[in-house]
Design a protein around this ligand. Sequence first.
Ligand SMILES: Nc1nc2c(c(=O)[nH]1)N[C@H]1C(S)=C(S)[C@@H](COP(=O)(O)OP(=O)(O)OC[C@H]3O[C@@H](n4cnc5c(=O)[nH]c(N)nc54)[C@H](O)[C@@H]3O)O[C@H]1N2
Ligand SMILES: Nc1nc2c(c(=O)[nH]1)N[C@H]1C(S)=C(S)[C@@H](COP(=O)(O)OP(=O)(O)OC[C@H]3O[C@@H](n4cnc5c(=O)[nH]c(N)nc54)[C@H](O)[C@@H]3O)O[C@H]1N2
Ligand code: SF4
Ligand SMILES: [Mo]
Length: 681
Amino acid sequence: MKSYVDQPNGVFPSVCSLDCPDQCGLLVHKKDGKIVKVEGDPNHPVTQGSICNKVRHMAERIYDPKRLTQPLKRVGVKGEGRFEPISWDEAIETITFHWKQLVSAYGPESILPYSFYGNMGRLNAESMDLRFFHRLGASRLERTICNAAGGVGYNYTMGANYGTDPEETVHTKLFIMWGINAVSTNMHQVMLAEKARKNGAQIVVIDCHKNQTGRWADWFIPVLPGTDTALALGIMHILFAENMVDSAFLETYTVGHEELREHVKQYDPSTVSAITGVPAEDIYRLARLYGTTSPSLVRIGNGLQHHDNGGMCVRTIACLPALTGQWLVSGGGGMKGNKGFLEHNKQALQRPDVLANKQTRRVNMNAIGTALLQLDPPIRSLYVYSSNPALVAPEGNKVRKGLEREDLFTVVHDLFLTETAAYADIVLPATSAFENTDFYTSYWHHYMQLQKPVIAPHGESKSNVEVFRLLAKGMGFEDEMFDDTEEDMIRQALDFPANPFLASISYEELVEKNYLKAAVDKRFFEQLPTPSGKIELYSKQLEALGYPPLPTYTPLVVESSYPYQYVPGPNHNFLNSTFSNNAKHVQLEKFPRLYMNAADAQASGIADGDLVRVWNDRGECELTASVGESVLKGVVVSQGLWADKPGAKHHVNVLTPDRIADMGGGATFFSGRVNVEKVAR
Ligand SMILES: Nc1nc2c(c(=O)[nH]1)N[C@H]1C(S)=C(S)[C@@H](COP(=O)(O)OP(=O)(O)OC[C@H]3O[C@@H](n4cnc5c(=O)[nH]c(N)nc54)[C@H](O)[C@@H]3O)O[C@H]1N2
Ligand SMILES: Nc1nc2c(c(=O)[nH]1)N[C@H]1C(S)=C(S)[C@@H](COP(=O)(O)OP(=O)(O)OC[C@H]3O[C@@H](n4cnc5c(=O)[nH]c(N)nc54)[C@H](O)[C@@H]3O)O[C@H]1N2
Ligand code: SF4
Ligand SMILES: [Mo]
């Protein structure tokens, strides 16, 4: 496969590697061997040449003087961040020496990998690494921090991560953006909706924060956090009661509509209004708008699922397009994540078959703090890559305490000396995605994309794939799978007859064209991978597991009597904690705010711009109050995962619970409660 590394000047196609649904096609401009500009690829069918501000400034991150260039070993105390450079040989020898000792003394489960999608490339995110950890028999990480609850919940209804093709949404007449801050997190869906809006489409946003997405809407509906299941059930109540359902669709393509019709009688608008904070007349208006507008699209965001009841919430909302028969209409339907269409041969990439110990224990990444402090037998070594748990994981104080353990041998592989890396015994420098070969599968649009290396590795940095090849050698693993090249692995991934939609994608053509669309059958809903093959409004699967078989509202856990429900979401200019350490992005974002309702602020003597202490039994931080009407009474919201800075208590995840959501082992970042008071200056 071609690489662009040897061409010092020119414009080269690339892909955005960040954990973002849009997965933009990029053009990377090089001068004298260095990236001087990153822009959108105008030929990309979906993203069409526009990209976000974050990535327009990507070159500043790639060449940030703080970027790691060499392996390091710790010389200070854990967390202090004092390190000395070492060679790769010494780094690999040190790691494998410790691991061999741990394996013989305590078994391989004493070692835990911790990773997420700092790089969405299928090879660097989950291929050689998992081959290695499976071969080793290490404890297995449940990678549940992002879309686990909602992904599983959606599948109880739809059977797979299948939804509407975003390219069709230019025809949509009604967008319901539900629990998604799309202006910041799915900007190309906003652009497509803008096109539709020119043809008369209306945009409804349902959120607990009137942020930039709410301000963009034609109609913003504020809702109390964690109550959306009730709102969806209230809509269903009206759709059935006023005969706005598509009976023929329900009869042919769903199971359980009669049971659902009876079941939702209890969710009358006044009951639902009392739960959700949405006035009954607005519930009527929304249901009637939804029941009479076609094509209509429900875009389900990740905000809904980061709650105690998040799985059931997404399962419930996923039923709505079936009630109105919207799956039949171009531009109609729903969308949570579309990654099912690009499902590839993960068995071949990850080789779970080589798992030495079939009973290997699993550790939920959302409770990593508790796991590091309490698991018995203990985790004695942690290998972190493509993730920054010291900032992104809940119960942040527990996470830091766990990372401080003297007997924990920690390795961190990253581009920067992150908050997590500061606790490492060994730090390894990672390449950026522009330095790698990889392939990408969007979880929103239907394109697979190829990444050919654009620049040479920064300093001595290495890709995840390369590091696991070295670790395998160091451990004495001689399996052939560790010799596979990137090209070998892409070919293996594409060999996957189980997904008929992948038939349109061949390796040769992908190399030639850089992106190819899955051959998705628009009538996918006629044969779904649910037990019944239909859309399951009633789920026997859920029933067997002890859940309510029909969509049902369960309130959030009342974890304390603190007065505010606290929703700490992502912000516009960072991507999770990525960019929180880059001057340009921090400058754009300025400082972390706490959005508060004016009545609450007044009652507590807090004025706009005051520094406030936000606390609960898990921890505390200090943010700047932004007082107004963007949140309902009893709710406070912050945005962004802010970097550690001396004297600034900005680590919001010290406040978030590590309780596990109702489905999929998901996170509950937005189900915590806090108190707020003014800091005396
Ligand atoms: N700019 C930017 N883009 C990103 C990211 C980023 O950090 N920055 N992160 C990326 C990643 S990994 C992900 S998972 C996605 C996440 O992006 P989204 O899918 O947009 O999810 P969130 O931003 O977590 O939450 C979306 C909205 O849900 C609202 N919300 C919270 N709880 C509730 C509730 O109970 N009901 C309702 N109706 N709304 C609620 C929040 O106020 C927020 O506005 O974005 C990706 N893109
Ligand atoms: N309070 C709160 N917490 C949250 C969320 C929230 O909404 N609120 N969102 C949650 C969600 S949805 C998610 S997805 C998680 C995300 O959490 P993480 O997956 O930890 O995401 P990032 O913070 O972006 O950190 C990714 C790291 O990977 C590194 N990296 C990038 N490319 C590579 C590579 O090729 N190799 C290696 N070795 N490293 C690389 C980057 O430099 C960066 O330090 O955060 C979760 N945490
Ligand atoms: S972060 Fe998202 S919007 Fe920005 S360039 Fe990457 S894929 Fe596109
Ligand atoms: Mo995420």
